[in-house]
Design a binder for this molecule. Structure first.
Ligand SMILES: Nc1ncnc2c1ncn2[C@@H]1O[C@H](COP(=O)(O)OP(=O)(O)OP(=O)(O)O)[C@@H](O)[C@H]1O
Length: 233
């Protein structure tokens, strides 16, 4: 669950300044939104703010998870310890860069977030997802021995392995062929439904977004300002 009102983030300064606004967003458990907009409009910036990696200049309401936590209060109090704990427990990230740890094999990369939280390293759900994404034969390999697309699939699985409440994925299918991209979305949506996560997925893949009938959070850009709002279906 995610509830946000009056979110503003400003990056850069002077003529390079760029503001990203999210006037309102309510995301229920089990709901997925596709985030779309042109390159440089602020999609990653928005995800970083919702992922507590970037503190917004302004935000009126920012509630996260179940039971709901008041992020505004924690940010006002600069309670970095608690914010870091929420990031680790409740959030899952798929970064554009993949972000796998190069010295851990695929199995350890996937299990890392579970181990950090003291959960059993493996779970039946995780095994199933590994099988669906056809990653079994890669489990003992290091990331450098994987193709870009394989790394991206591992990064996606790692983001949901600890069963977070909010998944933030930045172009998770960018490096995948259409068939693998579809399979990845299948796994995502299955996990979202099974775990009752909320998810925001940045995607330029219109065909995929339409095929899965995802509601869209659309960027509306003017010079120096981007506003995100739900698109009418
Ligand atoms: N660390 C930073 N410091 C200052 N400005 C930044 C920083 N990161 C991004 N920007 C600027 O903020 C704006 C939004 O960037 P952002 O990466 O969020 O866009 P995006 O929509 O995700 O782009 P893309 O689709 O190309 O990944 C851009 O003008 C970018 O140059």
């Amino acid at each position: 669950m995610l509830s946000v009102q009056g979110l503003k983030i400003t990056r850069g300064s002077g003529s390079q300044q760029h503001s990203v606004h999210l006037p309102q967003l309510e995301l229920a458990a089990g709901q997925v939104l596709a985030v779309t907009g042109e390159s440089g409009c602020g999609k990653s910036t928005l995800l970083e703010a919702l992922g507590l990696l970037l503190k917004p200049q302004q935000v009126d309401i920012f509630q996260l998870g179940q039971p709901s936590i008041d992020i505004v209060e924690l940010q006002l109090k600069q309670n970095e310890t608690q914010l870091a704990r929420i990031r680790a427990q409740r959030l899952g990230f798929v970064l554009q860069s993949g972000g796998l740890l190069p010295y851990l094999n695929v199995r350890d990369n996937i299990q890392l977030s579970r181990r950090i939280l003291g959960l059993p390293a493996d779970s039946e759900r995780l095994q199933q997802a590994i099988a669906t994404l056809r990653l079994e034969h890669l489990l003992n390999k290091l990331p450098q021995a994987l193709s870009i697309g394989e790394r991206q699939r591992v990064a996606c699985l790692r983001a949901i392995a600890h069963e977070p409440q909010l998944l933030l994925a930045d172009e998770p299918t960018a490096a995948l062929d259409p068939h693998s991209a579809r399979r990845l979305f299948d796994v995502f949506l299955e996990m979202v439904s099974a775990l009752q996560l909320s998810a925001l997925v940045v995607s330029h893949d219109w065909a995929l977004v339409q095929e899965f009938n995802l509601p869209i959070l659309q960027a509306h850009s003017e010079p120096g300002v981007t506003t995100f709002a739900l698109a009418n279906h």
